[in-house]
Design a protein around this ligand. Structure first.
Ligand code: C5P
Length: 235
């Protein structure tokens, strides 16, 4: 199973619990997006077979299951996903610690087409008070930097970050560390529940590698036309 590296930075998040609907959106956009992102909602409903049904064995794929467990279990999950689904990139939680991050990176490296291991730092739904409630007594932005550093030192290929963190992380961790960014809203589109947003062009200018875009593509009547507009806005 060989999935090419995404050719453009737009990764469409397909957050649907209806297989036919997801399939028809992916069919309409797969030639024009860089790749698609499937996560817990889709995976829990339809499993690896559902993923292979809509992404085939060649559509560039970001598998967003955010593994967080003991190192041996996370390594096993990375191996299983690499064998059965072969995504281009997949997520773990950096807060699982150095041994867990290293185990995920080592497991990915066993494969010819190693998926990139991307670490989630602090969930964008958490603020300083939420962190304090979990016993973390630093600000969310300090904690993001600490966990991104931990991720890089232990072999992760990059992190998921909010649009507001791109510049700082790019400056701190260099050009090769992948920054994959949700919270992207084309100019004039509905923000939904995303609060800290940037446009696709702004995020790329700041130094993002990939843009995760969900509802501005999948919730509209013509997802293919939405992708075309987004790509045009990138010039
Ligand atoms: O529809 P929307 O563009 O907001 O979708 C963004 C996608 O990125 C969703 O799949 C969401 O789960 C994911 N995501 C996010 N914020 C994070 C991590 C992931 O919005 N911090």
């Amino acid at each position: 199973m060989i999935r090419n590296i995404p050719k453009n930075p737009v990764l469409a998040a397909i957050d649907k619990d209806n297989l036919d609907e997801a399939d028809s959106i992916v069919s309409a956009i797969k030639a024009s997006v860089g790749g698609i992102k499937l996560g817990k909602e889709f995976f829990t409903s339809f499993g690896p077979q559902g993923i292979l049904k809509i992404a085939g064995t060649d559509t560039p794929l970001f598998l967003d299951l955010k593994f967080h467990d003991i190192p041996n279990t996370v390594a096993g999950a990375v191996r299983s996903a690499s064998k059965v689904i072969a995504p281009n990139m997949m997520t773990i939680h950096a807060s699982g610690g150095p041994a867990m991050i290293r185990a995920a990176a080592d497991a990915a490296a066993e494969f010819d087409h190693s998926p990139w291991i991307l670490a989630v730092t602090v969930l964008t739904s958490m603020d300083d008070a939420d962190l304090a409630a979990t016993g973390v007594n630093s600000t969310a932005s300090d904690q993001v930097l600490r966990l991104a550093d931990l991720a890089q030192k232990n072999g992760a290929d990059g992190v998921i970050c909010s649009p507001l963190e791109i510049k700082t992380l790019r400056a701190e961790f260099g050009p090769d560390f992948k920054l994959v960014v949700p919270g992207i809203r084309p100019a004039g589109s509905d923000h939904g529940d995303q609060k800290r947003v940037k446009t696709p062009a702004e995020a790329l200018m700041d130094g993002a590698d990939y843009l995760v875009i969900g509802r501005p593509i999948s919730a509209l009547a013509n997802p293919a036309a939405s992708v075309t507009e987004i790509l045009e806005s990138l010039g």
